[in-house]
Design a protein around this ligand. Structure first.
Ligand SMILES: Cc1cc2nc3c(=O)[nH]c(=O)nc-3n(C[C@H](O)[C@H](O)[C@H](O)COP(=O)(O)OP(=O)(O)OC[C@H]3O[C@@H](n4cnc5c(N)ncnc54)[C@H](O)[C@@H]3O)c2cc1C
Length: 204
């Protein structure tokens, strides 16, 4: 299982825990008819049917818990996905580290300005904290490129909604990179559902 996948220059997604898998989807769906799992081929057919008809609740029996490290601007897009549970490191309590994202396409003067501005912001942050101001106020000078960390617990239905929206080329490339890593883990953890999702829903 690809437990941890590196994303961008120092981010990652890691699968910490999962529950249910394809089996829980099948059991949930078959409870409607009080029937039992009927072998690989019939069960895959059922999952494809559920996906095609947008019969979503059986997919809510399968859960994932991810450890995520991403830039704050990616997290802001991510947490718009309300159907899921988040616990994020707090810069009220933790001291920010000089750990920020640099887009690899930046070069020359643009790269210089980018790094200089961010390092200046960190210098200011450290000086403000050292002067006795609370971390929760000093953080106001920090950049959106700063890496943040959170746990994200999400069911397979909501994960597929995330993937549909964030694998789309309309999504910002950085969050697309995270979505690709999540898809890889999804394929390993729920192969039948992921295959049906890729066939019937995933943006081409
Ligand atoms: C390419 C892209 C560009 C975007 N640009 C912007 C932008 O410029 N500004 C901006 O504000 N947002 C923007 N968003 C965020 C977007 O509007 C959604 O907030 C985000 O994609 C989460 O999607 P969601 O609501 O489906 O997910 P979730 O919040 O996880 O919800 C999952 C599903 O649950 C149902 N649901 C959840 N809450 C409710 C509710 N209150 N009422 C009814 N049904 C509900 C819906 O069916 C929803 O699809 C953008 C998203 C994308 C992908």
């Amino acid at each position: 299982m690809p437990n941890k996948i590196n994303v961008l220059d120092s981010g990652y997604v890691a699968l910490v825990d999962s529950m249910g898998g394809d089996k829980a989807v099948i059991e949930g769906a078959r409870r409607c008819y009080m029937s039992e799992p009927q072998g690989e081929s019939a069960d895959s057919k059922l999952i494809r049917h559920l996906i095609a008809k947008d019969h979503g609740t059986p997919f809510e029996h399968a859960y994932f818990r991810f450890d995520v490290k991403c830039p704050i601007f990616v997290a802001r897009q991510w947490i718009r996905h309300r159907i899921g549970t988040y616990n994020e490191m707090s810069l009220r309590y933790c001291l920010a580290k000089r750990d920020f994202y640099t887009p690899e396409n930046l070069s020359g003067e643009a790269l210089e300005i980018y790094k200089k501005t961010i390092n200046g912001a960190f210098d200011a942050y450290e000086a403000i904290v050292a002067s006795g101001v609370k971390r929760e106020q000093a953080r106001g000078v920090l950049p959106l490129s700063l890496y943040t960390l959170y746990y994200w617990t999400v069911n397979a239905r909501s994960l597929m909604n995330f993937l549909k929206l964030r694998l789309d080329k309309a999504a910002q490339p950085e969050i697309q990179e995270y979505a690709k890593a999540l898809l890889e883990i999804f394929r390993e953890t729920m192969p039948v559902t992921a295959k049906a999702f890729e066939e019937k829903v995933m943006p081409k």
